[in-house]
Design a protein around this ligand. Structure first.
Ligand code: UT7
Length: 318
């Protein structure tokens, strides 16, 4: 059976780290509140002139090096991002150019925080159909540029970063076993940006009704995780590592509880990275691969939920 196997992971975080204490000097918040309500201790912020495509290219290069292949072996690039350098062209074509590639197909997907799961699912379909052989799937974001830095309810939650995987169509047991995606546009106004090229002609700023998003997140994530495991004929007891979107430590804990999974089996990076939207799942994956936690044959369950709402999960045999 042909499956899409992850043969390399990589990530990139901007150099500048912004602490909770520094934020508390700017808005009415505190290190204690942010840690207690979210688990976040710090976030990385892109430098002036450092764009989403730069973060994505650095993560892609790291993933290619980890896979031991050259960019010339890639024939598909999908970038999940809500913060492209420009409205168009797609960030994926900018990254394609920065990698020196003169061939292949490159495009972006827009599903905000679930973007990496959407991109992974699309790449999986394109690889297993036989249309492509080796893909770069990248989540890259500079959410710091979408934030209202005077709104304490949102500006403390997000950070910048990028993660990438190299996927290859391969015969064998390892690889993506099942993916499931969902969207529900009734909830557009709970998490959105109040501008855009087709409406205000401006980029706009992120707005969120956090409490309501939280409630939907726990229910939707638990459901899609169970649904994805069932699609692969597995149960929560088979899962070695949950690699979740990192929005809030309390969401990770509540979701794990719903599935009867110990929190020790959940990869947590929200404390160091905050919410990096589409980058958070591949960033967490790369961390747990690099530090040796994820081993051959482990069963991983990737999941995310974000604006739209959109949500999804993927079961992956390592
Ligand atoms: O990635 C996409 C998915 N996004 C998410 O999943 C985010 C989901 N939501 C959350 O993570 C949480 O709802 C938040 C972290 C955003 C907020 O936590 P909460 O426990 O739901 O707090 P809240 O919004 O109910 O606010 C509680 C209090 C309020 O004060 P009052 O009304 O009780 O006086 C807020 O004004 O905390 C206040 N507050 C803050 N206080 C200090 C809100 N933000 C802050 C802040 N510092 N940064």
């Amino acid at each position: 059976m042909i499956r899409s196997r992850i043969i390399g992971t990589g990530s990139y975080l901007p150099q500048h780290i912004l602490s909770n204490a520094e934020l508390a000097a700017r808005v009415d918040t505190s290190d204690e509140w942010i840690i207690e309500r979210t688990g976040i201790r710090q976030r990385h912020i892109a430098a002036k002139g450092e764009f989403t495509s730069d973060l994505g290219t650095a993560a892609a290069r790291a993933a290619l090096a980890n896979a031991g292949i050259d960019a010339s072996a890639i024939d598909l690039i999908i970038v999940a991002t809500a913060t492209p350098d420009q409205t168009f062209p797609a960030c994926a074509t900018v990254i394609q150019h920065k990698l020196g590639m003169l061939h292949g197909v490159a495009f972006d997907v827009a599903a905000v925080c679930s973007g990496f799961l959407y991109a992974l699912s699309v790449a999986d379909a394109m690889l297993t159909s036989g249309a492509h052989r080796t893909a770069l799937v990248i989540g890259a974001e500079t959410f710091s540029r979408l934030l209202d830095w005077e709104d304490r309810a949102t500006c403390v939650l997000f950070g910048d970063g990028a993660g990438a995987v190299v996927l290859r169509a391969d015969a064998g047991e390892a690889g993506i076993l099942a993916t499931r995606l969902h969207s529900d546009g009734r909830y557009n106004d709970l998490l959105y940006v109040d501008g855009g090229p087709g409406s205000t002609g401006t980029t706009g700023k992120l707005r969120m009704k956090g409490k309501e998003v939280f409630r939907h997140a726990v229910t939707n994530l638990a459901n899609v995780m169970t649904e994805t495991l069932a699609a692969a004929n597995l149960t929560a007891g088979d899962v070695d590592w949950v690699v979740p979107h990192q929005a809030n430590l309390r969401i990770l804990e509540a979701t794990a509880r719903k599935l009867n999974l110990p929190i020790e089996r959940v990869v947590v990076t929200v404390d160091r990275h905050a919410n990096t939207s589409a980058a958070s799942v591949p960033l967490a994956l790369d961390c747990a691969v690099a530090d040796g936690r994820i081993k051959a044959n482990d069963l991983l369950l990737l999941e995310a939920m974000g604006g739209g709402f959109t949500w999804g999960a993927a079961a992956v045999r390592w």
